[in-house]
Design a protein around this ligand. Structure first.
Ligand code: SF4
Ligand code: SF4
Length: 450
């Protein structure tokens, strides 16, 4: 029997993946209009490099990166730029965005064929074995690739360790531990070859000879397919992880697969010689480095009790949620709660007039029962939150400090280290709003630091 790796703590919520795990990814046709926020990644927002009235090709850059930790944004449909203005971002804020509307023909007097050929980056090649690391990094950077697991950290930055830090292992995250989401699962089944190339390219960029792909054992078909695909690839192993939330957290996956402990913030996986990338990111890397394709579409999962037909769909970035819903057959009834991402760490949407962005792994639609907020009671001192916290924090005590207005006390109890996984709130029999308190406390501490 295969060894199933895991970490200390964690919880076992129902995974609800049956709704979509066996459904192949559908391709949604390009919409007539997209709204592309220039902030779709962690770091500095991109800066628009197109003007209203300008025609653009699919894949063409419309926003350039503005710093080392930044990423460019690309046109996801061919058409005309009709606005550059602030629009609602799924994160809840207003973000400068480039709006493109499809056009039937080239402008009058312009004899060029329409639509134009999709843009492809020069310098891409299937012969990546002869590319040096900087060439690979520049293709990944120029393609605008960011982590597909939700955090949207620019991938090229993760592949550029600072001087003095030695990377010796690449971990590929195929855990997908958030309930309901299945886009990574389908990616492993349907884009296996791309992932194989992507992993080899990432290993070359990092100069490492070993990689481990971690997959939770609720995806036996993906484990079988990936094990077969990597059988002849030197230095790469596929490891089975126990189904446990948050197995897909970087620190938890590293602990499960290697036994190494990433130091508390500002400690990074790099401090233990490891870089972690998501399976979907590896597939995007293959597209960029081998075929020059920039990041302008992604697969998302649509699920939850209120959606008529749960689905995995490949959509152009900037497609409005309403258009995706229409393509998928709409809702059964008005949802009481809509979440972008998974139910544990996703973002509740107050406005549904928002676009798909690079970090969108899915949208979940819940009825009143599933979304009901249970009344919070006093702490029962049961200690369950302490037992399951994957970071070994003491949630009940931290909450007491915050409720007493003692931010310094909460900081001394390491509230800043909280990864906001929500496991303590999930397990608490008194329904205490622990993770919500920690989010607020962290925001206040950050504000105080400015
Ligand atoms: S939300 Fe924070 S305190 Fe609660 S279990 Fe997760 S890491 Fe621990
Ligand atoms: S799980 Fe809830 S009730 Fe139990 S100690 Fe933690 S905060 Fe208190």
């Amino acid at each position: 029997m295969a060894i199933r790796r895991t970490f200390r703590g964690g919880i076992h919520p129902d995974d609800h993946k049956d709704f979509t795990s066996s459904l192949s990814v559908q391709d949604m046709p390009a919409p007539d209009r997209v709204v592309l926020p220039l902030r779709q990644h962690l770091g500095a927002p991109a800066k628009a490099v197109v003007q209203v009235g300008q025609r653009v090709a699919v894949g063409q850059v419309v926003g350039e990166a503005t710093g080392f930790v930044s990423a460019p944004v690309h046109a996801s449909i061919a058409g005309e730029v009709t606005a550059i203005a602030k629009y609602r971002h799924p994160g809840g804020f207003l973000a400068e965005s480039v709006v493109i509307e499809a056009r039937d023909a080239a402008p009058e007097g312009d004899e060029s064929p329409w639509p134009p050929e999709p843009f492809r980056m020069p310098g891409a090649s299937h012969d990546y074995g002869s590319m040096d690391a900087e060439h690979i990094r520049s293709l990944i950077r120029n393609a605008g690739i960011v982590g597909m697991g939700g955090a949207a950290f620019p991938t090229a930055v993760k592949l550029s360790p600072p001087k003095g830090k030695k990377v010796e292992l690449l971990i590929i995250n195929g855990a997908e531990c958030e309930p309901f989401l299945t886009c990574d699962h389908r990616c492993m089944l349907e884009e296996t070859d791309k992932i194989v190339h992507g992993v080899k390219i990432l290993m070359r960029a990092l100069g490492v000879s070993s990689a481990i792909i971690g997959i939770e054992d609720n995806k036996p078909d993906a484990i079988a397919v990936m094990t077969k695909a990597f059988a002849g690839v030197l230095g790469v192993t596929v490891a089975t992880c126990k189904v446990k939330y948050p197995q897909g957290g970087e620190k938890q996956l590293i602990k499960a697969l290697t036994g190494r402990e990433v130091p508390p913030p500002p400690g990074l996986p790099l401090d233990v010689g490891i870089v972690v990338q998501n399976v979907g990111t590896a597939a995007k890397v293959a597209d960029a480095v081998m075929d020059g394709i920039t990041f302008y579409e992604r697969t998302i999962t649509l699920s939850g009790s209120q959606i008529a037909k749960p689905a995995n769909v490949r959509v152009r970035l900037g497609t409005m949620l309403g258009d995706v819903l229409e393509f998928c057959g709409g809702l059964k009834a008005d949802p009481a709660k809509v979440i972008m991402g998974g139910p544990m760490m996703g973002v509740s949407l107050s406005d549904l007039d928002v676009p798909v962005v690079k970090g969108t792994s899915g949208f979940l639609f819940f009825d009143g029962l599933a979304a009901a907020e249970l009344e919070a009671g006093p702490c029962l001192r049961c200690g369950r939150c302490v037992d399951i916290c994957p970071l070994r924090l003491r949630p009940a005590e931290i909450a007491q400090f915050i409720e007493a207005g003692d931010l310094d006390g909460a900081e001394a109890m390491h509230v800043r280290e909280c990864m906001e996984c929500g496991s303590c709130s999930y397990i608490c029999p008194a329904n205490r709003w622990l993770v919500q308190l920690f989010r607020i406390a962290k925001a206040k501490l950050n504000e105080r630091k400015k």
